[in-house]
Write a protein that binds this ligand. Sequence first.
Ligand code: UT7
Length: 325
Amino acid sequence: MKRYSRITGTGSYLPPRRLSNADLVAELAAKGIETSDQWIVERTGIRARHFCAPGVTCSDLALEAAKNALQAAGVEAQDIDLIIVATSTPDMVFPSSACILQHKLGIAGCPAFDLQAVCSGFVYALSVADAMMQNGTASRALVIGAEVFSRILDFNDRTTCVLFGDGAGAVVLEASDTPGILATDLHADGKHVGILCVPGSVSGGQVLGHPLLTMDGQAVFKLAVGVLDQSARAVLAKAGKTEADIDWLVPHQANIRIMQSTARKLKMSMDKVIVTVDEHGNTSAASIPLALDSAVRSGKVKKGETLLLEGVGGGFTWGSVLLEL
Ligand code: UT7
């Protein structure tokens, strides 16, 4: 019998420090950086974001989200046989945040690794976990997106520092006789490295290059709207479904205007799009599982419904997962 994978629980965590646009505008003004609530809301849809306290790491956020997902699934940490953490802001250069998380969960033995696909990280991680379920390598996985993007923001660059936030989202994915995940679609094109990157590295005990996020926002925007539409069509075709079969779009939360464009092209009403960018900002790999968990917990998204998850980000990377909850 064919094996599938199914999400059986979701969880998320936001650090307690919430900065509204007004809070951030005031902090930046004190440094001589001029921006406004009006610009941020009109151009992005963002109204607030959460930032970690000093010393809090990716695995700390992942741990809280994982505990919530385990509780929702009714699964004990001891029963987990695979951990994947999608992140671009790990605790250390190595070992992986997934290994650190495994120890914080009080378990040992199962494979644990980080996956780096920037804002597409969660759809990449879910696709890899799904493949490992299908081939029998794993039966009960924790798939997590966790980020502390506040650590890599350049607070002298108003074109990027107002966009991002910290947080984590998690799912428990279990092997199942029925789907679950209907189809996945992943892509990358490395020629676009320069339009969204943190062009720094560690060498000889020093940081070389610029270890903060840089982005050509307009170039990213244009690429994003094109590839998201292509990927949505590809994943629907793989599953033998059409736009009309999608109950909810759960997109990467970067910019409300990108989400509106995706919905328009899929002929979906914005009522069917899960939007959390207003309260979370762009949390990179954490944004999709954060949005998913908030939609599940609010009762908006229900078991049995068909969801299209879509991510896009640095690399350039992009991809989709079509699933039945
Ligand atoms: O998560 C990975 C994927 N990332 C994304 O999807 C991000 C995609 N890009 C975007 O979301 C948008 O391009 C941005 C939100 C980053 C920028 O929006 P935009 O409509 O493309 O604005 P822009 O870059 O064309 O800038 C318009 C103006 C410029 O001024 P001039 O040249 O017209 O005088 C900027 O200098 O807005 C100015 N500006 C700001 N003004 C006030 C840029 N940032 C700010 C700011 N506050 N924070």
